[in-house]
Each structure stands twice: as structure tokens, then as C-alpha cells.
Design a protein. Structure first.
Length: 223
């Protein structure tokens, strides 16, 4: 279900890169199989992972030459684009690039299920399934925002710019997906993935009611 190539489409051509390929395949193998089962969806096509040699090359290739250091991966169509784990930059490590690739694959799978799935679901599923950040780190990093009563709405969590990270979008989307799974179950999340506008059908409550429940839960968790 996955091919890995360098940014020029070549096969591994060094011992170091062969090691990267093995680690990526190893990391993805179990994760992809688990995601396919959880979301009850066979991928419509094979995914290609393009590896760029360093952050400047990756940022240039994705049309974001001034991007922040944390921006190390994205996807277009069936192609995941990542910076090489060998040169992750100051905001990442070898291991976090591998985990981020699981995050990207989970996002791609959601889009393969439903091309119109909103960002908050895609990012939330990606973060929840890849487990890049620990639960303690996540809640501590947003505690002040929760206490001040400015938890973003689902619409705000569709922010499609680098401000998404500034507003703690990665953490909040993780937290809403976690809340949905814990409160309503995986089947409910699956229904929302397939139609994110049908809150009543999927969860038995409106969008505003879900947000209110979630905020109440977050306030208890942050206290």
C-alpha cells in the first residue's frame, strides 16, 4: 500500500537511506493495517512517500520557502512529502519524523474516505492515531487557553495557514477526536469522518452541543 522514493523518484542509493526506508516501512506497516481496520476502508490507491534531503529543499518543493521549522510534511493527492529523518531540522528528530509520517498517512486516509472531510477531523485523526505528543504535554500546553475560555470552534480549527499551530490547532484537534472516541465511540467518529456535517445523525447532538460538552470536559481536565 506504500512506496517510498527520494524526491527525484529514485530508489534508495545509500546505506543510510536504506536504513531510513526500512524504518519507515516498519513504522507504517502495523499502523496502516490498524487504520484500515479502524476506519473500515481499503485505500483506493497506493501512497507514495517522497523524501526530501533537508528542510530548505522540502519547503522550496512545497512552495513554502519561509515556512517554520516544524513544517516537515504534507500531502498532495496520493503523495506524502516529508523531510528526511536524517536531517529533520531543529524542531524534530529522527523518531518524530517517522511518527509524523503516520500522522500524514492517517490524514490522507480520512481524505480518501471523504474528500470533503474538514481539517479539524483530518488533523485530529492524524494526531490521535500517530500519538506524536503525550496526553500530559497536550493538556498542559493548552491549559491557559482553556482557563481563559477561548477554546476554538470547529470552524476556527479549519484554519488553513501556519496560524493553525499558533492557535494550538494540533492539540485541540487531537483533543476533540479523543473526546468523541471516549464519549461516543469509534463508530460515531467513523460516521463523522464520512459526513462531518451530520452531527445529530452521528452523535445525537448538534455541533454547538458537542462543542459545549467538549469545553466542559476540557475545563475539568485542566483544573
Amino acid at each position: 500500500m506504500v512506496d517510498i522514493v527520494d524526491a527525484n523518484g529514485n530508489a534508495a542509493n545509500s546505506e543510510e537511506m536504506e536504513h531510513v526506508y526500512r524504518d519507515l516501512f516498519g513504522k507504517l506497516k502495523g499502523s496502516v493495517e490498524e487504520l484500515v481496520k479502524k476506519f473500515k476502508h481499503r485505500p483506493s490507491e497506493k501512497v507514495v512517500i517522497e523524501i526530501y534531503p533537508d528542510l530548505p529543499a522540502f519547503h522550496q518543493a512545497t512552495g513554502e520557502p519561509g515556512a517554520p521549522d516544524w513544517f516537515m510534511g504534507t500531502f498532495e493527492g496520493n503523495t506524502l512529502k516529508i523531510v528526511s529523518p536524517l536531517n529533520p531540522g531543529p524542531a524534530h528528530s529522527y523518531h518524530s519524523i517517522l511518527q509524523s509520517t503516520v500522522h500524514l498517512y492517517a490524514m490522507w486516509l480520512v481524505k480518501d474516505i471523504n474528500a470533503s472531510a474538514p481539517k479539524w477531523i483530518c488533523q485530529g485523526v492524524g494526531g490521535y492515531e500517530s500519538k506524536q505528543m503525550s496526553p500530559d504535554f497536550i493538556i498542559n500546553s493548552v491549559k491557559d487557553t482553556i482557563v481563559r475560555g477561548i477554546v476554538p470552534t470547529f470552524r476556527e480549527l479549519n484554519e488553513d495557514s501556519f496560524r493553525f499551530e499558533e492557535m494550538k490547532g494540533f492539540q485541540f484537534t487531537y483533543l476533540i477526536v479523543q473526546f468523541i472516541v471516549d464519549r461516543y465511540g469509534m463508530d460515531a467518529l467513523n460516521r463523522l469522518v464520512r459526513d462531518a456535517e451530520q452531527f445529530n445523525e452521528a452523535l445525537g447532538c448538534s455541533e454547538s452541543e458537542l462543542h459545549g460538552q467538549w469545553v466542559t470536559h476540557l475545563k475539568k481536565a485542566a483544573s
